[in-house]
Design a binder for this molecule. Structure first.
Ligand SMILES: Cc1ncc(COP(=O)(O)O)c(C=O)c1O
Length: 409
């Protein structure tokens, strides 16, 4: 039973004719650093998310950092360093890392046990008890595993307290909420195109918004705070708006004049080229993942006294197939995960509750002890397997048979 030939991963990326062609086009164009392919991606991604603008950056983490920093510089956002950001304790650690490294403080509220996302009710309850609301400036919900947060209620609650909302859609490209794509539902949103996600490029990220000031700020921040904010450089056409407006200044070069302290979060043309090939298949990818969740749910339903299966929702573009163990005393996560792995089914833990279970955040452990029971349970007893678009029925039948072996043993 150990070491089967079959390997069912969390994600899969197939390099076919289109992907090879896209890379060859970049090579033939002769420019590999950010250029027209990135600009094309930004245009088509904004159209896909149904926002006015999108901007590419080097990763989802970069998108989070650049987005928060841009909000702190924007004219009327009131997002300030040293203030609190209400966010989820159950997510990939990048959200908290971005908050802390941009000099804001994460404040965690518990999540919905069904869909793992923070609830407006918990945010509201937390804010109602706050002594000084001036210490808060942002709410950062994450649409985990593809499940949308209740954005109407979150926006309403944040609005009542004068807070901005920045959605993290890194695991939910294509999910819709009340008929609109996640990523178009708040002031700013971010995405990751990491290899295991719904739309993949290996490594890349993006931000989407209807606020042009934020886009212009991110364009500067992602290039070490330089003055340039055009989507493609117009110097060679003698149309650089900065050179024109600073015409009188001696030897002025906007590429090397820095307005902000920033980062290098630029992407390569190759990444955008690969992302574009996946964007063309995005509807098929989301549909296939949703169908796979339905199939796995039907096959695994026989174990529903032991395993809590993911709620099915046809508007959800699933990043993966999350499972919560209901009876951890009888079936430990460690045992189930290692049995699955030994039989070729890749698994990952559902991230761990950040303030109570992640070593990097141990300074918060005491403060949050006992106050995030749902996140604590998910962090200990939940894991996920793949439901990606290249799984065939025989792969899913195999997964179901492996669970049968483990749970009926
Ligand atoms: C919810 C969430 N946000 C942000 C990120 C960070 O994205 P990246 O790995 O592209 O930096 C991830 C990555 O998995 C994620 O799952």
């Amino acid at each position: 039973m150990i070491n089967p030939k079959r390997r069912i991963g969390i994600g899969d990326f197939r390099i076919g004719v289109e992907e090879k062609q896209a890379i060859n086009n970049v090579l033939d164009n002769g420019q590999i650093s950010e250029g027209k392919t990135v600009a094309e991606f930004e245009k088509l991604f904004a159209a896909y998310i149904e926002t006015q603008h999108a901007i590419a950056v080097s990763s989802g983490t970069a998108a989070l950092i650049a987005g928060i920093v841009a909000m702190t510089h924007a004219s009327d956002m009131n997002v300030r360093p040293k203030t609190n950001v209400v966010t989820t304790p159950i997510t990939y650690v990048a959200d908290s890392n971005a908050i802390v490294t941009t000099d804001l403080n994460p404040v965690y509220v518990d999540v919905d046990p069904e869909t793992f996302v923070i609830t407006a009710e918990n945010i509201k309850r937390h804010l109602e008890d706050v002594d000084d609301i001036e210490q808060y400036s942002l709410v950062l919900p994450v649409h985990l595993m593809g499940y949308s947060c209740d954005m109407d209620e979150i926006n309403k609650t944040a609005g009542n307290y004068g807070l901005q909302v920045f959605e993290d859609c890194s695991q939910a490209h294509g999910t819709t909420y009340k008929g609109r794509k996640v990523g178009s539902l708040s002031t700013l949103s971010c995405f990751s195109f990491y290899i295991a996600h719904n739309i993949q490029a290996g490594e890349m990220g993006a931000l989407a918004t209807n606020n042009y000031e934020l886009i212009r700020l991110v364009r500067k921040i992602k290039a070490n705070g330089r003055m340039c904010d055009c989507s493609t450089c117009k110097r060679s056409e003698n149309k650089c708006p900065k050179l024109i407006s600073y015409a009188g200044e001696d030897d002025f070069d906007p590429r090397f004049t820095h307005e902000f302290i920033g980062y290098n979060f630029k992407t390569m043309e190759f990444q955008a080229a690969l992302a574009l090939t996946q964007l063309k298949k995005a509807n098929w990818i989301a549909k296939k993942r949703t169908e796979n969740v339905r199939y796995l749910n039907e096959g695994l339903d026989q174990f529903s006294d032991v395993l809590k299966l993911p709620p099915f929702n046809e508007n959800t573009s699933y990043m993966a197939y999350p499972i919560v163990i209901r009876k951890p005393q009888e079936f430990s996560r460690k045992k189930i995960r290692s049995s699955l792995e030994n039989q070729g089914v890749e698994t990952r833990p559902l991230f761990g509750c950040i303030p109570t279970q992640q070593p990097a955040y141990k300074y918060l452990k005491k403060k949050y002890a006992g106050s995030l029971p749902i996140a604590d349970n998910l962090g200990k007893n939940a894991f996920y397997i793949g439901c990606h678009q290249y799984l065939e029925q025989k792969d899913m039948d195999y997964i179901i048979s492996v669970f049968k072996n483990i749970l009926n043993d």
